[in-house]
Structure formats: structure tokens, C-alpha cells
Design a protein around this ligand. Structure first.
Ligand code: PEP
Ligand code: MN
Length: 336
């Protein structure tokens, strides 16, 4: 059960409601986000919901049968969209495109990428400065200094930044320089990190775990929401299966399923999803047809020389072609 409280509810009225919820043998958790206040009631007993509905300070009550509550679509019919400012939106009925290198490498690379994005109408740039690498000897990112350099150049061009945060201590280091915190596939169930991201007022995009189920991804989002941050985006990035012909198995099934289960925007990452440069485009287009609210993919001026993930990275020509085709497929989907 989700009880939406009036944002200005006096503490005394809230205490009376909490008392009432507990009297039905329900566990009651208070969730306060930047703009809203909720009580989450967990329990089994049947009771007449009108008993609560009449109480002072309640704006709405919803029964939610899913085990995750706040991210469920059962209570929020209107989909959530994320406003990054300056007219950049995710999940508002347009197709959000986020593109950029796997890793931020140097100033020239960043400027060339920004020029490419601006030239093609893309407003959000991706890039890692803290890189989770399978081998400790691989390039592990430029760190916060690289992020600051990137931020200075991106702001001049009106470009928003999404970048991966790997641990709690990096949240405050990165805070001033990112628009969206990305939680990587290796951290989807890092519950301490998710709790702490619940305390910030910036958007968070959570990638599906490498071996994570769709439900586990929704629970991860529930962690962040219930800790106070409702500016959430989900990302399907492929899962590990027995198949070895591609880096991961892009689970396109997850896109319509997530869209049905949650009100949050759903993004597809075809680069990590298939891991093979030549096939990124068809998988990206298929993800749009499957209902994705946006795409995140890797592009680099010279993929062969990229510091990481070059094998799945598009060059700027391929990226420009993809952007055009994404637009066409999106129009087709919307007018189907
Ligand atoms: C990335 O976006 O470069 C990345 C490391 O992604 P994932 O967490 O999906 O592997
Ligand atoms: Mn990558």
C-alpha cells in the first residue's frame, strides 16, 4: 500500500496516520523525496481502505500488489519523465539519445565528441572516468580531474553529462560535474551505493546486473526511490547467458516488460548489449521498436584506438547514421 501524503502535512497529522496503519499490523515506512512524501505500508490483513482515505493530510492511497512498490506502475499511471534542465528530457515521449566514449581519455577526444554530438542534435554525453575493468591492469579512467575537464567543455556546448559512479565516496566528488549518475552493471546490487544515491537530488540511471533479473533491477530502483530520490531511469544492457557468440545477450524482452511493470523511463544500451560494433545499429533500432525511451551507446573518433571497449564502439560516421535511423524508427513506432 502506498499512501501519498500532502507535502505540507503537519508532523502531528502524519503521526496519527502512521499509528492507524500500524494498528492494522502493517509495517509503515516513511519516504520523503524532494517533492513528495509517502508512507509505504507492508502487511497482509484486509481492511477497509476508506478508514485511511478520510484522514487529514492524505492525498491518495493505492494498493500495490507488486513486492516493489514505489517504482511499480500499479499506482502511477502517468509515466515519469526526468527533466535535466535546458530543455533536455528523458521519458517525455521523445527519444533520448546519450552517446560518447566508453572512457574519457583527453581534452581533444572530449571536444571532438562534443562537436559530433552538437552537430547531430544529441544533448547528453556518456563517458566513464571511473572504469570497472575485468583486469586490474586495464585503463581505469581519468578520475575526477577528467570529469572536471569534460564538464567545462560540455557546459560550453550545452551538453549534459552521464557518468558512472562506482562507490559511495565518489558521489560527492562527482556531484557538481554530472547530470546523471550511472550505476554500472557490476554495482546494481550495491545496496549501500543505492541508499546513498537516494539522498541526492540528481538523476540516477541504474543498469541491469550482469546476471540480474528484471525484478532485481526493479528492486534496485526501489532502494533509491525509498531512500528519497525518485529521479530514476532504468537501463537494459544485456545479460550473461550461455551464448558466447556475443559479449552479452541483449534482452530485448526486458524493454516491453519493464515498460509494463514500472512508470520509470527505460533506456537500452546496445553497445554493451551485443558488444560487436557491426551489430550495434540493428540492436539499437530493435530496442526502439521494442519501446525504449532512449538509447545509450559508445562512440569515439577512432574506435580502434579507444582506451576501452573499442570493439563495440561506433565511429562518428556510423554514429551519425544511427542517429538518423533511430529518428526514422522512432517515428515509425509512434505512428504504427
Ligand atoms: C559502461 O557503460 O561503459 C559500462 C562499464 O557499462 P556496464 O556497467 O553496463 O558494463
Ligand atoms: Mn564500455
Amino acid at each position: 500500500m502506498i499512501i501519498q501524503l500532502q507535502p505540507s502535512i503537519p508532523a502531528s497529522d502524519k503521526a496519527v496516520i502512521i499509528e492507524m496503519v500500524r494498528s492494522f499490523d502493517y509495517k509503515c515506512t516513511e519516504v520523503k523525496t524532494k517533492d513528495n512524501c509517502y508512507l509505504i505500508g507492508i502487511g497482509k490483513k484486509e481492511f477497509d481502505i476508506r478508514l485511511l482515505g478520510q484522514m487529514k493530510g492524505i492525498s491518495d492511497i493505492h494498493r500495490v500488489s507488486d513486492d516493489y512498490k514505489l517504482v511499480s506502475r500499479k499506482w502511477k499511471v502517468k509515466r515519469t519523465h526526468i527533466d535535466l534542465g535546458d530543455g533536455v528530457m528523458i521519458g517525455n515521449g521523445t527519444l533520448a539519445i546519450m552517446a560518447g566514449p566508453c572512457s574519457i581519455e583527453n581534452e581533444l577526444q572530449v571536444q571532438q565528441t562534443i562537436d559530433h554530438l552538437v552537430g547531430n542534435g544529441v544533448r547528453i554525453m556518456r563517458g566513464g572516468v571511473f572504469k570497472p575493468r575485468s583486469s586490474p591492469y586495464a585503463f581505469r579512467g581519468l578520475g575526477v580531474e577528467g570529469l572536471k575537464m569534460w564538464h567545462t567543455l560540455a557546459r560550453k556546448a550545452g551538453i549534459k553529462i552521464i557518468s558512472e559512479v562506482m562507490q559511495v565516496s565518489q558521489i560527492s566528488e562527482m556531484y557538481d560535474y554530472v547530470d546523471v549518475f550511472q550505476v554500472g552493471a557490476r554495482n546494481t546490487q550495491n545496496f549501500n551505493l543505492l541508499d546513498e544515491l537516494g539522498k541526492v537530488d540528481k538523476a540516477v540511471m541504474i543498469k541491469r546486473g550482469i546476471s540480474g533479473t528484471i525484478e532485481e533491477l526493479l528492486y534496485s530502483a526501489e532502494y533509491v526511490f525509498s531512500a528519497g530520490n525518485e529521479r530514476l531511469i532504468l537501463c537494459e544492457r544485456g545479460i550473461r547467458t550461455y551464448e558466447r557468440a556475443s559479449r552479452n545477450t541483449m534482452d530485448l524482452n526486458a524493454i516491453p516488460i519493464l515498460k509494463e511493470k514500472t512508470h520509470l523511463p527505460v533506456i537500452a544500451d546496445p553497445s554493451h548489449g551485443i558488444g560487436i560494433r557491426e551489430y550495434v545499429e540493428p540492436i539499437a533500432l530493435a530496442a526502439v521498436m521494442a519501446g525504449a525511451d532512449g538509447l545509450i551507446y559508445e562512440t569515439h573518433q577512432k574506435p580502434e584506438e579507444a582506451a576501452s571497449d573499442g570493439q563495440q564502439t561506433l565511429d562518428f560516421e556510423e554514429s551519425a547514421r544511427l542517429i538518423k535511423r533511430l529518428g526514422k524508427v522512432f517515428d515509425l513506432r509512434e505512428n504504427f
